[in-house]
Write a protein that binds this ligand. Sequence first.
Ligand SMILES: [Zn+2]
Ligand SMILES: [Zn+2]
Length: 652
Amino acid sequence: MAYSSTAKKAVQAGIELAIPHEMSTPEWAETYRVVDRGARKGRWSNETVPFLVEIMAAADDPLVHEIIFQKSSQLGGSEVINNIIGKRIHQSPTEIIYCAEKEDKATAWTQESFDSMVRVTPELQRLISRKPEENNQKYKAFPGGGLHIVWATSPAELSSRPAQVIAFDEKAGYKPTKEGDAVKLGQARQKTYDGEELTIFNSTPRRCDCSMPNETCGDISHDFERGDQREYYVPCPHCNELQTLKFGGKDCAFGLKWDADAPESPWYLCEHCAAIIEEFDREEMLSKGEWIAAKEFNGVASFKINQLYSPFVSWGKMVTDWLEACRSALKLETFTNTVLGEVWKPVEQIEYEDLSWNLEAYPAVVPPGVLVLTAGVDVQKDRLECEVVGWGKDHESWSIDYKVFHGSPGIEITNHDPETDDLDTEPLSSVWDDLATYLMSSFVGVAGQTFRIQCVGVDSGYLATTVYKFCKRYAAKRWFAVKGMSDPFKPMLSKPTLSGRNPKVRLFPIGTNAAKDDIFAALKVGKPGPAYCHFPDRQPYNEDAHMKQLCSERMVTHTRGGRTYRVYEKVGPNVRNEALDVRVYATVARVILNPNYDAIAKRRLQHTEPADAPEAIDTPAGDEPPKNEPPTKPEPKKGGKVISFRSSRFRR
Ligand SMILES: [Zn+2]
Ligand SMILES: [Zn+2]
């Protein structure tokens, strides 16, 4: 059943909530608030954003102890916080804490949001102290109270002062810290106000890391579920039936629809009468809308809304954003969070059975669609394992070959003296030469054209010095040492460091979690197209063991400092996972390479053979070996040639 909320009706009827003779927050905003920037510039108007009225009014309801707002971007979520704080300062002053995700976000909020609100809102300007010690980046004093600005990365600040009102902004971005949990530390400070405290959680959702029922990571979507779960229902202009606005999608009978050749002009199909709702109908629908709760009220008023409601974003913009987002898992995640206002659930586990039917007969070693090749290498005690992966438009991938080179990769040299030992002159064991020969060979496409491996990631987690030596020798070919990092929050690729002493090589740190998220999301794609993974119908792919290795890990969550984080772990004690690791290194090699698929496709069409390096790489001249040359000898060192890396490649 649905619980229709009373707060908005009360406001509409002009009844003042909370204490008699005290204005409600929406009334205060309408009467006093001035906005000095953006699309909402000028006097605050509740009419423009009618869905924010009830959220603000909840701050005046003595029965509400928590307000939770799960939202997309561009909906005025931070203005809700500003209005609640502004009204408190003016009408019922008290101790207030504003908590941002990080220090720079706190600075930005103080300067660009709070100070600018005060500057143009005379009632507030009169109240905020002008003394620098009482009006600065971290503190604003006013008669009867104060506003403290803190951030979640140093939560100890939160434990030093009591507060009646705490606003946690962009809460889903808070990370666990050694000092503890910002939310818990903050809420502990509200005890003095027994029963009269108010906490506001405002956030775009991010990702939910939970793998077990009843578990809750820090995402705002769990907070929404704790509350009475209100969603904004609007009437169809044709059949008058109430509904929430949903993005829908290709296979959905309602929601946003568009012509493939005019995605910027979509329309909306009513889920009840299937009539076309135009974007110009939206304003009136919003004004007639109401929040309806899915659960009984328990002191926590929770609200959820997406960008379809935003008067500041056109539906056409949403569709073009969607088409762009379909190009990669990372973009799709951002779209899900910032446009749909929904949490992103990374794929937790891939079932082997779901993968085994992916096998297909390739018409050539390198099937059509492949534009570049990368490889990943895993180092084991008695062998090297290597996968060559072909990549095409939108990161569609084709496994080209999987090879195991038997033989000892060498003994780790741990106590060598970098001054006297010259590792460069010491030979690598023969299994490395076998690998090098293979990595330098050509792979043939369907029209007889040749492909060479453009970038290789070699794991240096084991036998690091030996791997450095190998990579040093072949650095000009873009064969790089990579290393999985245990930090669960690391991006897939970070800037390389110079590692080892003799030789010094470029070592690329890998965010293993992020890389496996990407691979699992790709393996989950059900049909050829963006991100889909193709596998040839031959050995070793048609052997259970190989595909099982790809599915050898699952995501699990652990708790540290009261907060959960996730890592990938093997599904069983004696499970082998080399194929998954090797795919991680080949994927990272692709990210290092950052291929411009369109440009490569164009050049391939113009028969520029062999495949040139992608646009983004400054290729040292002559690093492509001539075809079929037996590359048994170490490459001569390229004096002074340095591959330059543009910093943009590491932007995530
Ligand atoms: Zn979760
Ligand atoms: Zn309808």
